[in-house]
Design a protein around this ligand. Structure first.
Ligand code: CA
Length: 324
């Protein structure tokens, strides 16, 4: 037997639908709006990045690692070290990662001590880079702030994988002011040639942008006076480096203060709007490292040709001095 209350009155049902339909419609419109609106209420995930560095010479590599670890929009997935004594450099990187309270999170691998000509075999660093590119959700961007040997060796080993998986390689090196390779690129011209011809998009921070951003005495003093633990860790190294460059026998720079070459290269990744760019193709045209740069709207190389120094250095100090 059915209870009276079970009986369905068609007119009541219609009335209920008439009341609930507009509500349902608005819920659907709201849900659809959320689904279609780009980034509505959702933050872009941090960019997965590998850093290849010659940390332990110029102080800017230390500053760059601190900068990256203090950048919420970057997810640093590994550090590799290159040239000179890569094991000692790897230890320097691990110390900074520990001071920044990220110990155990970020693997560090030592790479090539010498250039590709002298040391053609794969290293822990180049193997790690290849393995990272093979991971389905691995990093697709690499910042190189030392010689290009490790990354070039990985590209040489797996050229198709590198071309298909790498979105951009960010390089510190070259000079359009002197049209030469300079620094990191000169250290291994064969490796430099491999990257330039790889077809992988390259973004280049040339040396003259670092010259333009040499710290003022006031900026330098602000860093030295900071009580942040990472600054306490690098303070004496920074003072020693400045004294070294001011008095080195062959090319002393008496008024030298730190130049954040590598940190600016790191900054181009997520703050390209602070820089002026030209697109084209860089080619090495002599064994001495002379280059040409041919502007081309479809070229694979983007080169920084100007910087908003005030904004860049403000961001530099904010990130460098923030406590972990
Ligand atoms: Ca460097």
């Amino acid at each position: 037997m059915r209870l009276a209350t079970d009986r369905v009155n068609p007119s009541q049902t219609h009335a209920r639908h008439a009341r609930t339909a507009p509500v349902m419609m608005w819920i659907l419109v709201f849900a659809l709006g959320l689904a279609l609106a780009p980034h509505a209420g959702a933050q872009e995930p941090p960019l997965k990045l590998l850093l290849d560095t010659d940390i332990g010479a110029d102080i800017d590599d230390e500053m760059t690692l601190i900068y990256l670890l203090n950048s919420p929009e970057i997810d640093l997935r590994g550090v590799t070290t290159v040239h000179g004594n890569p094991e000692s450099r790897a230890n320097s990187a691990r110390e900074i990662i520990d001071v920044m309270e990220r110990g155990g999170e970020i693997p560090v691998y030592a790479g090539a001590a010498k250039n590709l000509n002298q040391q053609p075999e794969m290293t822990d660093a180049s193997r790690f880079i290849v393995q990272s590119l093979r991971e389905a959700n691995g990093p697709r961007n690499i910042l190189v702030t030392g010689g290009y040997t490790n990354v070039a060796r990985a590209v040489q080993e797996e050229p198709d994988l590198a071309r298909n998986r790498l979105e951009t390689i960010y390089l510190m090196g070259f000079s359009l002011a002197t049209m030469s390779t300079l620094h990191n690129a000169t250290n291994d011209l064969q490796a430099t040639g491999i990257l330039l011809k790889s077809g992988i998009p390259l973004r280049v921070l040339p040396a003259e942008i670092g010259w333009e951003c040499q710290m003022t005495q006031e900026e330098y003093d602000e860093i030295l006076a900071s009580e942040a633990p990472q600054i306490a860790h690098i303070r004496q190294r920074m003072i020693n480096w400045v004294n070294h460059v001011r008095t080195r026998p062959n090319t002393p720079i008496p008024d030298y203060l730190p130049r954040p070459y590598d940190t600016l290269a790191a900054m181009t990744i997520k703050n390209p709007e602070l820089f002026q760019w030209k697109r084209g193709t860089i080619e090495i045209v002599s064994s001495g490292g002379k280059i040409t740069f041919t502007e081309d709207a479809n070229g694979p190389h983007e080169v920084v040709v100007g910087v908003d120094r005030a904004k860049a250095m403000a961001l530099h100090h904010k990130r460098l001095l923030a406590c972990p």
